[in-house]
Design a protein around this ligand. Sequence first.
Ligand code: GDP
Ligand code: MN
Length: 389
Amino acid sequence: MNIHEYQAKQLFRDFAIPVPSGGVADSAEQARQVMQTLSGSAWVVKVQIHAGARGKAGGVKVARNEQEVADFANAMLGRQLVTHQTDANGLPVNCVWVEEASAIKNEFYLSLLVDRDSERLIFIASAAGGMDIEAVAAETPEKIVHVKIHPASGLQPYHCRQVAAALGLGKEQQSRLQTIMTGVYELFLAKDCSQIEINPLIETDNGNLVALDAKINFDDNAVALHPEIAALRDASQEDAKEAEAKQFDLNYITLDGNIGCMVNGAGLAMATMDMVKLKGGAPANFLDVGGGTNKDKVKAAFKLILSDGTTKAVLVNIFGGIVKCDVIAAGILAAVEEMHLTIPVVVRLEGTNVELGLSMLAESGLGLHTAEDLNSAAELAVKLAEEAA
Ligand code: GDP
Ligand code: MN
C-alpha cells in the first residue's frame, strides 16, 4: 500500500526525521491559509498523488508570494496529473502540500528496502540525488552505495558512517545522518514497510539535512496489523478495478491487451498469459480467482474483466482441485446469462467433476466455446479476439 507525501512526512516527524514545516490543502483558499501559518520568504506547493516524478511533470512549484501559492493550487486541484510513473490517464489531484521552501546546497538519495537475494534490509544511497536517480543507476551505478543490515545486529553506527562517507558528509552531518537513518530503520520495522525513499534528502545552506520528499510503501499483508496505517489509504489513487477486486478477494491487475483471462491460481494465471502471448494475443488483465472460489466470485470476476469495454474475448482456464468444475460452470453460466454477454468466451476446465461442468456448458445453449487443453484454448481465444477487433 502506498500513501501520500504529506502522510509520509508526518510519519517521518514521528520518527525524528527532519522535514520542512507545512500543511495540506484541498482548496486554493486553504493553501493560502496554510502558507500564512508558515515562515520564510518562499513556499513550495506540491501536488499530492501516489506517483513520483511530479517535479518534471509540473506538479511542484516554488512560489514567491501568496498569489502564486493560490494560483498554482487552483490550477492543479481537480485535474489529473500525468507523470512518467503514472499511466496515460494520470492520477487525480485532490490535495496539495504547502511547505516552507528550503535553500538547497546538495541533493542526495537515500532509501531502505528489502533485498530479497540476501534476505536483508538494505540502504541505498547516492550523492547524486534529485530527480534523475534512474539515470544515475543506469549510467553511473558506481555512484550508488548499498549497505546491508544484518537482522541480528540491527542498524549500527558503522552502517551510517559508510553512507556518510559515500555522501561526502563532514563529522557534524554524520550524526545528523545517523539520526535520519535510525528513524528510517525504526519506522520501517515498526510499520511493516516495504520501501522508504527520500529523494532528495537535502543538505541546506546552513548544513542541516532535511527530507524534502517522502515516499513510503507498506507490505499489503501487514497493513491489517496497523489500523492507523490502513486509515491512510486513499482509494482515489488506486485502480478502481483493482480496488473492487480486493473486495471480492480476487487478485486482479489491469493490463493493456484485449483478451480477458479468468484463472485460478497465480502460477496457472501466469502460464495462461504466457500462452496467450505465445499465440500472438495480449492479455487484458491478470486475474487469479483463488483456490476456493464460488459462483459469486466468478460473477464478480466476469464483471471486472468486461467493465471497460476493451475486452474482445474471454479465456477461462480453471483447474478444479479444491473447487469443483461444475461449480465454476454454474458461475460462468450465471454471469453470462445475467450480463447478456455477447463477446466470445472460451472455457478450458480440467479436474474434479470436469465432465459434469463441460456438459452443463454445452447444454446451456449460450454458445460458449470449450477447449480440451490450454494450448488450443489460447489459440481459439486469440483467433476470436482478432475477428472481433
Ligand atoms: P518528485 O519530482 O515527485 O520526486 O518531487 P520532489 O518532492 O522530489 O520535488 C522535485 C524537485 O523539486 C526536487 O528535486 C527539488 O529540486 C525541487 N524542490 C522541491 N522542494 C524544494 C524547495 O523547498 N526548494 C527548492 N529550491 N527546490 C525544491
Ligand atoms: Mn522526489
